[in-house]
Design a protein around this ligand. Structure first.
Ligand code: OFO
Length: 165
C-alpha cells in the first residue's frame, strides 16, 4: 500500500519517463533530419525502453491500490546540434533520471516503504545500463572526432540496436 507522498512521487516519475520518451522521439526525428538513419533507429528503440520504464511504474501504482495521475508532458527541444552534442545531452538527461531514482529510494526509506524501495532496485540497475550505453556512444563519437572512424560507420552500428524484450 502506498502512502500519498510516495504515490505522488511515483506519479512524478511516470511523467519524467514519459518526457524521456518524448525527448528521445524528438532526437529520433532530428537524427532523420540530419541524415543519420542509424541514430534515428537507436533513439526509436530508446523510446520503447522509456515507455517500458513508465509502464512499470504505472502497473506498480495500480497493483498497490494507488491512483495513477498522468500529468502534462513538457515539449522537448527540436534541435540538438552535432551527434556528439546530442549524446552529451542524452547522458546529462540520464544522470538526472538516475538522481531522481535515488531520491525516490531515499523517500521510500524515509517512509519505511520497503516494498517500493525494493521495486525501485530494478531502476537502479537499469540506470547503470542507460548511462553505460550513452558513454559507449560518446566514446565512439570521440574516435570520429579524432578521425579514427567515420560517422557513417557509427550510424551503421547504431542501426543494429535491438528492441527491448
Ligand atoms: Fe532513460 O531511463 Fe528512463 O528515463
Amino acid at each position: 500500500m502506498l502512502n500519498e507522498k510516495m504515490e505522488e512521487a511515483l506519479n512524478e516519475q511516470i511523467n519524467r519517463e514519459m518526457y524521456s520518451s518524448y525527448l528521445y522521439l524528438s532526437m529520433a526525428a532530428y537524427s532523420s533530419t540530419i541524415g543519420m538513419p542509424g541514430f534515428a533507429h537507436w533513439f526509436r528503440v530508446q523510446v520503447e525502453e522509456e515507455n517500458i520504464h513508465a509502464m512499470k511504474l504505472f502497473d506498480y501504482i495500480n497493483n498497490q491500490g494507488g491512483r495513477v495521475r498522468l500529468k502534462e508532458i513538457k515539449e522537448p527541444p527540436m534541435e540538438f546540434g552535432t551527434p556528439m552534442k546530442m549524446f552529451q545531452q542524452t547522458l546529462k538527461h540520464e544522470q538526472f533520471i538516475t538522481r531522481s531514482i535515488n531520491e525516490l529510494i531515499d523517500l521510500a526509506s524515509a517512509e519505511k516503504d520497503e516494498t517500493t524501495a525494493s521495486f525501485l532496485q530494478w531502476y537502479v540497475e537499469e540506470q547503470v545500463e542507460e548511462e553505460e550505453n550513452d558513454n559507449e556512444i560518446i566514446d565512439k563519437l570521440k574516435s570520429f572526432e579524432e578521425n579514427k572512424s567515420t560517422l557513417a560507420e557509427i550510424d551503421a552500428e547504431l542501426a543494429k540496436r535491438l528492441s527491448p524484450k
